[in-house]
Ligand binder design. Structure first.
Ligand code: HEC
Ligand code: HEC
Ligand code: HEC
Ligand code: HEC
Ligand code: HEC
Ligand code: HEC
Ligand code: HEC
Ligand code: HEC
Ligand code: HEC
Ligand code: HEC
Ligand code: HEC
Ligand code: HEC
Length: 267
């Protein structure tokens, strides 16, 4: 009875004589008389979603390229659903599981939502292997969480400040990444432009001492001497060579016997 009502409705809507009364030959073949323009009559929601955000599943394929196996009631509903691999093959990304776990709606394929209870890292790896390698090869607390812990949506970049307190007041996201690379946060490395106040956030005493000094080191940036990586300590001779006659210094253990402290020189 349900079938009959449905068949009658479909015939009315499409204007054709119920073709699926006849089981057998018509079973596999798509209904030749069901046009793409008919779908909207009974599936308006899907058609509108596809119109609005179908991207290439709107422009490069039609409803009937995917649903090409026929239509109920001659074709059972489950035979109408194409496998993604029908058209997407031959790339690592197409070998992963559960395509619809992220591409939730095939009619709007770029509206991507990450699944909550499984790791997305292997899938990210199919396109961003550089970042996956970086995080895997540099153990840190960030390597112990999934990519989607931070990238909750594709392409979204969170600020460090969403999860961490800054080292000093007023420090911004751009400051954080001038010292920390987020996928290897423990390897602190930086360029020549770090202001003293960013080092002083943790080494406040040294900063005060240095900047209050009366000799020329007082004008230098911390990173002018402590170059490139955190904890790097230069030798005085790297910059000054041998500034004194051998006879003058031979009875001293080092430069600091006389100059006392690089952050507070004495002459
Ligand atoms: C006259 C109304 C009507 C038209 C026109 C129509 N359909 Fe359907 N379609 C239905 C109904 C009703 C069902 C549900 C059948 C069932 O559950 O047994 C259905 C089921 C489907 C399904 C399976 C849905 C599921 O639950 O998995 C797909 C896919 C589908 N139609 C695609 C299309 C496409 C593509 C077109 C256009 C070429 C189209 N339909 C045209 C009424 C229609
Ligand atoms: C790129 C392939 C593809 C295209 C193009 C496509 N579909 Fe689908 N469609 C699917 C897949 C895959 C599913 C099953 C989705 C699922 O299991 O969640 C589906 C499910 C459906 C369903 C049942 C589920 C629902 O959301 O109601 C309907 C109805 C449907 N499609 C109609 C259409 C219509 C109408 C069009 C054209 C506007 C269309 N499809 C275009 C692949 C496609
Ligand atoms: C009938 C063929 C067909 C099927 C089935 C199909 N696709 Fe596609 N899809 C295409 C074509 C053609 C394109 C455009 C060319 C390309 O990007 O490869 C495309 C593009 C896409 C895109 C990129 C969209 C864009 O606008 O850039 C995504 C994502 C996608 N498909 C996901 C899927 C998923 C997930 C499935 C299974 C649910 C699926 N496709 C099934 C044909 C298909
Ligand atoms: C963990 C989530 C996830 C899963 C699972 C997933 N994808 Fe994707 N897919 C993405 C993301 C993210 C993009 C990039 C979208 C962009 O560039 O905006 C993408 C892009 C695509 C594209 C367009 C780019 C291209 O390489 O052609 C296609 C097609 C595609 N996916 C198909 C599939 C298929 C088929 C499957 C299952 C075999 C699948 N996806 C599984 C997240 C996923
Ligand atoms: C199918 C390929 C594909 C997959 C899978 C994919 N991406 Fe992407 N992703 C891209 C493309 C293409 C872009 C945009 C181009 C670019 O900036 O490199 C992008 C951009 C990004 C960006 C923004 C980059 C920027 O500079 O603004 C982030 C963050 C990102 N992806 C994270 C992820 C994460 C996390 C995953 C796993 C859940 C993932 N992507 C899966 C292709 C992919
Ligand atoms: C702790 C949070 C966090 C985790 C975990 C994380 N990311 Fe990121 N990711 C970020 C932030 C923040 C940026 C922006 C970094 C910047 O601008 O210097 C970023 C940038 C990116 C970019 C853009 C290109 C780049 O290198 O700057 C891609 C692609 C990306 N992440 C992919 C991934 C992938 C894949 C994973 C999982 C292996 C992952 N991310 C894990 C926070 C995270
Ligand atoms: C979505 C939350 C989130 C974001 C965004 C995030 N982190 Fe983390 N980060 C964590 C968690 C959780 C831990 C481990 C617990 C802790 O130390 O607070 C951590 C730990 C760290 C550690 C210590 C690592 C270790 O192994 O002990 C550093 C350094 C760090 N984060 C720096 C950053 C920087 C810099 C950014 C931005 C570029 C950032 N984080 C963005 C959540 C985040
Ligand atoms: C001048 C360089 C520099 C800047 C800028 C910087 N950090 Fe750090 N950060 C470090 C150093 C060095 C450590 C390691 C200290 C140690 O060995 O205990 C560290 C440690 C951390 C830790 C680990 C826990 C802790 O507090 O010791 C987190 C989290 C962190 N930084 C987050 C941030 C955030 C968020 C920002 C931006 C607001 C930021 N950092 C800016 C150099 C910097
Ligand atoms: C988040 C706090 C923090 C920041 C920011 C920070 N440091 Fe440190 N620094 C420490 C801690 C804690 C130690 C001692 C533990 C260690 O050896 O890692 C240290 C040690 C050092 C050492 C001595 C290493 C050794 O082997 O004795 C130098 C040199 C140093 N920091 C320079 C700097 C410079 C230059 C900056 C700015 C670019 C800076 N620090 C930023 C926390 C920080
Ligand atoms: C990264 C390079 C660098 C390192 C390392 C360095 N200095 Fe200097 N030093 C300088 C510069 C630059 C000046 C200023 C020179 C000028 O303006 O003529 C300076 C000046 C001095 C002066 C003269 C101060 C004045 O006001 O006349 C003394 C003394 C001195 N350094 C001692 C040392 C000692 C001792 C060490 C090791 C503990 C050391 N320096 C390490 C770069 C360095
Ligand atoms: C002129 C070069 C120079 C400048 C500028 C400089 N330092 Fe140093 N720093 C050194 C040298 C050389 C040593 C090793 C002293 C020793 O051998 O005892 C050192 C040692 C350190 C140490 C480890 C020993 C200690 O005293 O705790 C820290 C931490 C440090 N510097 C932080 C800083 C900070 C922070 C700044 C900026 C406020 C800074 N330095 C500016 C040359 C410099
Ligand atoms: C015996 C004590 C003594 C030792 C050891 C010593 N210095 Fe000096 N140094 C001095 C005195 C005193 C001056 C001041 C000379 C002047 O102002 O004319 C000075 C001046 C300097 C100057 C400034 C020169 C200028 O032209 O203004 C530099 C740079 C310097 N020393 C670097 C070093 C370095 C590097 C070492 C270790 C290799 C070192 N000194 C070891 C006593 C010492």
């Amino acid at each position: 009875m349900k079938k009959f009502v449905f068949a009658a409705a479909l015939s009315l809507a499409v204007g054709l004589v119920a073709p699926w009364g006849d089981v057998g030959a018509a079973q596999q073949a798509p209904d030749p008389q069901l046009q793409v323009s008919d779908c909207v009559k009974c599936h308006p929601k899907v058609v509108h979603q596809n119109q609005e955000a179908g991207t290439k599943h709107k422009t490069e394929v039609t409803c009937l390229d995917c649903h090409d196996a026929g239509h109920p009631p001659s074709t059972p509903v489950d035979q109408m659903i194409p496998k993604c691999s029908k058209c997407h093959e031959g790339e690592p990304h197409f070998e992963v599981k559960n395509c619809l776990g992220c591409h939730r709606n095939p009619h709007t394929p770029l509206k991507i939502t990450f699944p909550e209870n499984e790791s997305v890292k292997p899938v990210c790896n199919t396109c961003h292997s550089e970042q996956v390698q970086e995080i895997d090869q540099n153990p840190s607390a960030h390597a112990n969480v999934d990519c989607s812990f931070c990238h909750t949506k594709h392409g979204y970049i969170p600020s460090c400040l969403k999860c961490h307190e800054p080292h000093r007041q007023g420090q911004k996201f751009e400051d954080c990444v001038s010292c920390h690379r987020v996928h290897q946060p423990l390897n602190v490395a930086y360029g020549p432009d770090i202001p003293n106040k960013d080092c002083g956030a943790c080494h406040g005493d040294i900063r005060k001492l240095l900047e209050a000094g009366q000799y020329k080191h007082a004008k230098l940036q911390c990173v002018y001497c402590h170059k490139d990586t955190h904890g790097n300590i230069p030798a005085c001779q790297d910059c000054h060579g041998v500034p004194h006659p051998e006879a003058m210094i031979k009875n001293f253990k080092g430069c600091l016997d006389c100059h006392v402290d690089p952050h507070n020189l004495t002459k």
